[in-house]
Design a protein. Structure first.
Length: 102
């Protein structure tokens, strides 16, 4: 994450990785507004993630096209937990962003 891009900047689609604070599992997705999407995850708005909330955003990568973001999402979903732990650890250079239900 390092320097977190602001939604609406030059890049308009993002690959994101969120981590469950409940069981430490990861979920990978794409969104044009990752902060709003994080809020949706934390409010239980998605069936796939509703049982493992709350989540924090641990990785965010901007892309110039939907296809590029989708390809990166598919690639990242194939990575194991150890790899995602490394990404999350390195991304701790910036504080995690939490959202949703408190």
């Amino acid at each position: 994450m390092g320097s977190i891009p602001t939604p609406g900047s030059n890049m308009s689609i993002y690959t994101y990785l969120i981590k469950s604070l409940k069981d430490k599992s990861y979920y990978t997705g794409i969104s044009n507004n990752p902060y709003k999407r994080l809020d949706t995850h934390n409010r239980g708005g998605l069936k796939n993630t509703s049982l493992k909330k709350p989540y924090i955003l641990v990785y965010l990568k901007p892309h110039s096209s939907y296809i590029e973001a989708r390809n990166h999402e598919k690639w990242l979903k194939k990575k194991n937990r150890e790899y995602k732990n490394v990404i999350a650890h390195v991304a701790q250079l910036a504080p995690p962003i939490s959202g949703g239900v408190k």
